[in-house]
Design a protein around this ligand. Structure first.
Ligand code: BGC
Length: 763
């Protein structure tokens, strides 16, 4: 039986079906519906030389955009030569139908086997039309909207010939100094897992073969968000419990949601660079979780193992990475140069090569690239889809949902739409590039709607703009450090003059879009440059200020919180920034965002997060003694807690009930009544937290375990039910086993992690 099947496959494998290619030995696996992807993969594998197999494991950057340091051993001529020989399996940063077609044609029509390339790109928060940066989208807590945003991004990117995004980043991080918090879902594992899954489903859709969906990539495996001192690429040193309970779950959820690829990370973890870590890639990901897609290295991370002090040279690095389960080499050139030799010397087992190649081919088959390598390459579709109204509408919808109202005293917001003199101050208010954020390689400069444009469009108010001060100096570019203006205050006076004459001052202050993202760590979390001084100078002449923040990370804004009546967190909201901000400021849209990451009072509190451990000395023991876990010079509490966010209406929580039926059906039902007690329709994120009071491994003082976004009319009440099952009640012990332990649990429900109602139950 087995033999017959094998015979059939070989025969099928030898039949040349596709006539599209001119290459002498065209792909012989395209036998329509008859064989499964697995059969096709093994037929193809059996036809490949060792060099062609290794070629599939090699990924080159395209010829113009670079998203990492250019390696010394690579050049354009070599890349073309390798493409023609079939020594390239994937390219990144090639975009646009014409450009992708040019390389895909070489792969399909000029190589011996005609295996198509998989084209990767960082579609992180949109392609050419940008939605809010991921941390901003996460503030919506709106999983449907986030999924839709990814789906729209996939559609636009796919129209440009891309079939694989390096997203979502599901790294949990508790450190606002780390610039890449902009790219994740914040500090919480539960929320981060849900958001990661929503993004994957959006990117990949239900059918990977449509030319509107793209393969997703869960990155960076693992612990990249725990870089020591928040310095990007730095060492991570994580205990088992944090690894299992905080870092792994969003990756595991991504796998379970069917993500087709993983990317490993730059950092070392417990002394081993992730790229060379067999425990992470083979033992956990491929064996324990049974992931059958492929793992791509991060940019150059295979060769970086030399600098880490883990590999003695490039050859050794390739050996370590291949043996550890890194299936594809992004821009190290080491697999293509060294792997064949390593296999021949017996240092890398051919079974690892076959496994890696099978994984890569599997994903290419799933994307339908073997049926038609040019399926993503349709110039008419490219024209029609990129920048279409549908995409802009979705970006605007997501942008509004991402805004968080941090403070609103005396109902200064929403602003009146007519008859008001508004002073708009801050360089970022008129900036049409910075709001596009950090990962915006395909977006053209100056394509965001600025806040100035937005405010003018949505009202009959008189709006007078004054810059006040520049945030950055000179040209700002993706790959280079932003230079911050720390001295030039020459335009303060003009701004002060404008502010004096205004009824309300709207100040747009914060970080430039390129101040967060990869390689952009900070030690100070305040308003950069002279902006704090500008804020205080304006406050002296007009206290009626609405501060609109632009930033890719939590900031320390204590002074503003003490003095400024209204603060709106507007992150970097992408192409539709100005429209979204205007609709919120004027009350056309009632904000409902909630912070996915804690805002510290002081950078010295970092890492600060709501789900901390109690310690043995959590509170002041009665008198004014020092022997408890605290600071001399700052409170322990944050400025704005995780989950915080206001609305133009108000909500009341009441009637918390616990129905403990765990012994019968392994669930505990929590219900609460939510009433809109204000005068406007609004949405609220009902948040459920638990505490496992004592356990064999200590548990956090609070953990998010459920939430629901609820829309209510004024005076309307809804009963919200949230279910705790074993998944929510259990945790990983230090052997990595998931356990649910008997004992006492506390329950907290409310509109932030400093929740309103509390109760208890026992398991
Ligand atoms: C980043 C990845 C990114 C890759 C490709 C790396 O430097 O860490 O997240 O996907 O470059 O641009």
């Amino acid at each position: 039986m087995k033999l017959t099947k094998y015979y059939y496959l070989v025969i099928a494998g030898l039949l040349i079906i596709s006539c599209k290619n001119n290459n002498e030995n065209d792909l012989a696996i395209n036998d329509g519906e008859t064989s499964s992807i697995e059969d096709k993969v093994s037929v193809l594998l059996s036809k490949m030389t060792l060099e062609e197999k290794i070629g599939q494991m090699n990924q080159y950057n395209g010829f113009w955009d670079v998203t990492g340091p250019v390696p010394e051993n690579g050049d354009q001529a070599k890349k073309y030569d390798h493409l023609r020989k079939g020594y390239v399996g994937s390219m990144l940063n090639v975009r646009g139908v014409k450009e992708v077609m040019a390389v895909q044609k070489i792969a399909v029509e000029e190589t011996r086997l005609g295996i198509p390339l998989i084209i990767g790109f960082d579609v992180i928060h949109g392609y050419e039309t940008l939605s809010p940066i991921p941390i901003a989208e996460s503030a919506s807590w709106d999983l449907e909207a986030i999924k839709k945003s990814a789906q729209i991004a996939a559609k636009e990117a796919a129209a440009a010939g891309i079939n694989w995004t390096f997203a979502p980043m599901v790294d949990i991080s508790r450190d606002a100094r780390w610039g890449r918090v902009m790219e994740g879902a914040g500090e919480d594992t539960y929320l981060g897992s849900k958001i990661g899954v929503a993004r994957i489903k959006g990117f990949q859709g239900d059918d990977l073969t449509t030319p509107f969906s793209i393969a997703a990539c869960a990155k960076h495996f693992a612990a990249y968000g725990f870089a020591e001192a928040g310095r990007d690429y730095n060492t991570a040193d994580i205990g088992t419990s944090t690894l299992n309970n905080v870092i792994f779950p969003p990756f595991k959820a991504a796998k379970e949601a069917g993500v087709r690829t993983f990317m490993n990370s730059f950092n070392e973890l417990n002394g081993i660079p992730a790229t060379g870590d067999k425990y992470l890639q083979r033992d956990i990901l491929k064996e324990k979780w049974k992931f059958d897609g492929f793992v791509v290295s991060d940019w150059g991370s295979i060769s970086e193992m030399i600098a880490h002090g883990y590999a003695k040279d490039g050859k050794h690095a390739a050996e370590l990475a291949a043996n550890a389960g890194s299936d594809m080499d992004m821009e190290s050139y080491l697999y293509v140069e060294e792997l064949a030799g390593l296999v021949n010397e017996g240092k890398v087992d051919i079974k690892y090569i076959d496994d890696a190649v099978s994984r890569i081919l599997r994903v290419k088959f799933e994307l339908g690239l073997f049926d038609d390598a040019y399926r993503y390459l349709d110039e008419a579709r490219e024209k029609e889809v990129i920048g279409s109204q549908e995409i802009h509408d979705a970006a605007l919808d997501m942008a509004k949902k991402s805004i968080v109202l941090l403070k609103n005293e005396n109902n200064i917001l929403p602003l009146k739409k007519d008859g008001q003199k508004i002073a708009l101050i801050g360089a970022l208010a008129s900036d049409k590039t910075s709001p596009l954020g950090s990962w915006r390689i395909a977006a053209k400069d100056s394509t965001a709607v600025s806040v100035l444009e937005g405010l003018k469009q949505y009202s009959g108010n008189t709006i007078t703009y004054a810059k006040g001060a520049d945030v950055s100096i000179g040209k700002t570019e993706f790959a280079f450090e932003v230079k911050i203006n720390t001295t030039d205050k020459s335009e303060f006076n003009q701004a002060i003059k404008v502010a004096k004459q205004a009824d309300v001052v709207v100040m747009v202050l914060g970080e430039h879009g390129f101040q967060s993202g990869e390689g952009r760590s900070r030690t100070e979390l305040g308003l950069p440059g002279v902006q704090q001084e500008l804020l205080e100078a304006i406050y002296k002449v007009n206290k009626n200020i609405v501060l609109v923040l632009n930033n890719g990370r939590p900031l320390t804004i204590n002074w503003a919180d003490d003095n400024i009546p209204a603060i709106v967190e507007a992150w970097q909201l992408g192409t539709q920034t100005g429209n979204a901000v205007a609709q919120v400021l004027y009350g056309d849209y009632n904000p409902s965002g909630k912070l996915p990451m804690t805002f510290p009072r002081h950078v010295g509190q970092v890492p600060i997060y709501y789900n901390y451990k109690s310690t043995g000395r959590p509170t002041l023991p009665g008198e004014d003694v020092v022997f408890w876990s605290h600071y001399q010079d700052e409170e322990n509490t944050p400025l704005y807690t995780f989950g915080h966010g206001l609305s133009y209406t108000t909500f009341k929580y009441s009637n918390l009930k616990i129905e403990n039926t765990f012994s019968e059906n392994k669930t505990v039902k929590i219900s609460v009544d939510l009433t809109n007690t204000g005068k406007r329709q609004g949405k609220e994120v009902v948040q459920l937290y638990i505490r496992d009071v004592f356990a064999s491994v200590t548990r956090p003082v609070k953990e998010l375990k459920g939430f629901e976004l609820v829309a209510l009319n004024p005076n309307e009440t809804k009963t919200i039910e949230l279910i705790l099952s074993e998944d929510e009640l259990g945790f990983y012990d230090n052997q990595g086993t998931f356990v649910v332990e008997d004992g006492d649990f506390e329950v907290f429900v409310g509109g932030s992690s400093q929740t309103e109602l509390a109760d208890k139950f026992k398991l």
